[in-house]
Write a protein that binds this ligand. Structure first.
Ligand code: G3H
Ligand code: 13P
Ligand code: ZN
Length: 334
């Protein structure tokens, strides 16, 4: 049993309380490899932001969970080396799918876990989430539950359609499970194709797809039911068209990729939403950089020559999210 506090990590409790009071949100960036981790830590240090490093089941399979755990410990030391005396870094399990997975992460030093029972019948979701909370809280590990179903196609997260969270269920769920934060469904979804062209309109000037607005009435109703409770938004990538254009220009094929407009995320972050999950945008930024380098320099075969630019582009993206979308810059405790 390793306690996250011995690794210099923190849980989400205090940073979420400050986010609600301060009208900002904490970035939760998915991390799968060293380059993403370096970029996340550098961006957080540069902008003096708390940050959630989140690791999915797919990431644990890809990178090895022991290695990821040591990388998170290394992230704390790296942040200090970069000049941040008191970094606030959370190591979070994204979309935990069972009690056993959550327990194994808690026992390895994770400071926060998500138990995603959103596809289960309501009572089963309550029972599973409560079981995880009861275990996690013994070690002061915070727990994110989920109510409502997001649409989207990801390796480990796949549902054909979304079902908005029912605001009338949130008080019962939060009270009976004791969860520390709640992911809700208000129209976001995972991946780079969040809406079909049929669900969008077209900007007459640019011809770009314009997605429909998020269901803010659901978020407002949840806030009314659970005032001051930390709300989480998954599937919150914006799918920057600049990255999509570079990818498509250099041989990629991402037709009609579309995400959540940043002004809607800004609005959510000012209210009850205090954790915003972003993965696809980092994938797009890195892929754009790699494609460009390899297309422009066909003789290049040193991975550092394309992963380095990918890392730089990802760092710029993370800083942009922190400063211009979530407002978590300058929000460290000390
Ligand atoms: O919510 C899903 C995240 O984007 C993680 O995706 O399961 O492919 O690692 P992944
Ligand atoms: P995106 O696919 O929109 O980046 O969402 C990531 C996510 O929700 C991770 O849990
Ligand atoms: Zn998610």
């Amino acid at each position: 049993m390793i306690n996250y506090k011995d690794l210099g990590l923190v849980n989400t409790r205090e940073m979420f309380a400050r986010a609600i009071d301060g009208g900002h949100a904490i970035p939760a960036f998915n991390s799968n490899n060293m380059e993403q981790l370096q970029a996340i830590v550098k961006a957080a240090v540069e902008q003096k932001s708390p940050v959630i490093l989140q690791v999915s089941k797919g990431a644990r399979n890809y990178a090895n969970q022991t290695l990821l755990r040591y990388m998170a410990e290394g992230a704390v030391e790296y942040a200090k080396e970069l000049g941040c005396a008191h970094p606030e870094i959370v190591l979070h399990l994204d979309h935990g799918d069972s009690f056993e997975t959550c327990k194994s992460c808690i026992d390895m030093g994770f400071s926060s876990v998500m138990i995603d029972g959103s596809a289960l019948p309501y009572e089963e979701n309550v029972a599973l989430t409560k079981k995880v909370v009861d275990y996690a809280h013994q070690y002061d590990v915070t727990v994110e539950g989920e109510l409502g179903v997001l649409a989207g196609v990801e390796d480990e997260v796949s549902h054909a359609e979304s079902h908005y969270t029912k605001p009338e269920e949130v008080v019962d769920f939060a009270t009976r499970t004791g969860c520390d934060s709640l992911a809700i469904s208000i129209g976001t979804s995972h991946g780079a194709y969040k809406f079909t062209p049929e669900q969008c309109t077209r900007d007459p000037q640019t011809g770009r797809l314009v997605p429909p607005p998020l269901a803010f009435h659901v978020l407002d109703a949840v806030m009314t039911e659970l005032p001051g409770f930390p709300i989480v938004l998954h599937g919150s990538s914006s799918v920057p068209q600049e990255d999509v254009d570079i990818i498509n220009h250099y041989g990629g094929q991402l037709p009609n990729a579309v995400g959540i407009p940043e002004e809607q995320l800004r609005k959510a972050a000012k209210g009850a939403v205090c954790k915003v999950n972003i993965d696809s945008d980092s994938r797009l930024a890195m892929t754009a950089a790699v494609r460009q380098v390899l297309a422009e320099k066909p003789g290049e075969f040193d991975p550092r020559k394309y992963l380095g630019p990918a890392r730089e582009r990802a760092q710029k993206l993370y800083e942009h999210k922190i400063v211009n979308v979530l407002g978590s810059n300058g929000k460290l405790a000390q």
